[in-house]
Design a protein around this ligand. Structure first.
Ligand code: NAD
Ligand code: MG
Length: 392
């Protein structure tokens, strides 16, 4: 029986994780559930899974949840804030931690799990984008096992040969083909992107996801963040990663070998597949995902990405090539710009402009210090926020 903490349990990935866990009560026990401020959902999940701990990032929400649980489940300990999140990520009775908080807010709890040597199921790509080198070094030092949840990275992991961490050449790998659906605006003309609304940006053709990652998919920053994530997870360079548009989202990514072989991982676009894979690895368990109907899909299409219409993808490549704190600056500026777009304070095409400006204003430095990375994150948010009032 494995004890599990689900960070961000009320979100899209969190709910899918609990769906898979509920199918295997003989294998997994929920030790802790966490959310930002959604008291109703964490209350319902607490009643269903009866964890030892329920954590709300927001203090007032924690107080409200504790009051509601008092009469029905007084043994559930309610904690709050970053301390609470870090605590439930390193508990001795926890074997696996699902990192499914959105944004850099998930970095410290995920690092706490890494320090405690847990198996980390990593959905929170921003954590790795902000602190890649540090995160991977700490994982190695503390024996933490990182299993990718992002569907592309999970697919790559499934297609990679053993020993890839020592370098692609030694194991006969030529490159990674990272697939992208292209998002809701794949065929939208550049001039029409100016007018698109948050509702249109969040209406992803193939995947149902949280609002931030949905906008990231629409700008293609999601793919940019994933290029950076893949560099760290698979110990490689950006020039070994090629982005391929594949609108059906059936092939979740591919690995090309030196002999010309290309291995692909396929399946219905449902996050329960990578979640079940990472939970059970190296075994396989049922996920609730239906069989892939190839006759219904009938065809698979591929296109090259358009870097002009989607400048976020180029900005992400530039940031990882620059290295140091550049990806952390990129991420922070993106989080601010996406939030401003969702609040209707800026237009869709202002998102890359804010990121580009923030990257140009803050010099990237080489560092492995967590404090410095967190400082840069704060600084970049301030610069980006100032830009939101100037650009619309
Ligand atoms: P979501 O918005 O649906 O859920 C986010 C979760 O994090 C919620 O439980 C929320 O309460 C919690 N949260 C938000 N802000 C917080 C804060 N400041 N402190 C503590 N908790 C906070 O997001 P999602 O779509 O589930 O995505 C989660 C992560 O997984 C993101 O990093 C995303 O990029 C990644 N991811 C998601 C998908 C997907 O299909 N949804 C696919 C691949 C990767
Ligand atoms: Mg993905």
């Amino acid at each position: 029986m494995k004890g599990i903490t689900v960070l961000g349990s009320t979100g899209s990935i969190g709910v899918s994780t609990l769906d898979v866990i509920a199918r295997h009560p003989d294998r997994y026990r929920v030790v802790a559930l966490t959310a930002n401020s959604n008291v109703d959902d964490l209350y319902q999940q607490s009643l269903q899974f009866h964890p030892a701990y329920a954590v709300m990032a927001d203090e007032q929400s924690a107080h409200d949840l504790a009051c509601r649980l008092q009469s029905v489940a007084p043994d559930i300990q309610v904690l709050s804030g970053i301390d609470g999140l870090e605590h439930v990520s390193r508990l001795p009775e926890v074997d696996y931690v699902m990192a499914a908080i959105v944004g850099a807010a998930g970095l410290l709890p995920a690092l706490s799990a890494v320090h405690a040597g847990k198996r980390l199921l990593l959905a929170n790509k921003e954590a790795l984008v902000v602190s890649g080198q540090l995160f991977m070094d700490e994982a190695e030092q503390h024996g933490a096992e990182i299993l990718p949840i992002d569907s592309e990275h999970n697919a790559i992991f499934q297609c990679m040969p053993a020993g890839y961490a020592k370098g692609f050449a030694g194991v006969g790998v030529r490159r990674i083909l990272l697939t992208a659906s292209g998002g809701p605006f794949r065929q939208t003309a550049a001039e029409d992107l100016v007018q698109v609304t948050p509702e249109q940006a969040c209406a992803h053709p193939n995947w149902s996801m949280g609002r931030k990652i949905s906008v990231d998919s629409a700008t293609m920053m999601n793919k940019g963040l994933e290029v950076i994530e893949a560099c760290w997870l698979f110990h490689t360079q950006p020039d070994r990663i090629k982005v391929v548009l594949h609108p059906q989202s059936v092939i979740h990514s591919m690995v090309e070998y030196t002999d010309g072989s290309v291995l692909a991982q396929m399946g219905n676009p449902d996050m329960r597949t990578p979640i079940a894979h990472a939970l059970a690895w190296p075994e396989r368990i049922a996920s609730g995902v239906s069989s892939l109907d190839l006759f219904e899909i009938a065809r698979l299409d591929f296109e090259a990405p358009d870097y002009q219409r989607f400048p976020c993808l180029s900005l992400a490549y530039q940031a990882i090539e620059q290295g140091g704190t550049a990806p952390a600056i990129l991420n922070a500026a993106n989080e601010i710009a996406v939030a401003a777009f969702l609040d209707r304070r800026i237009g869709f095409t202002a998102i890359p402009k804010i990121i580009e400006y923030t990257l140009s204003l803050i010099p990237a430095i080489a560092t492995h210090s967590l404090d410095e990375l967190l400082n840069v994150d704060v600084q970049a948010r301030i610069v980006a926020e100032q830009q939101t009032s100037m650009l619309v």
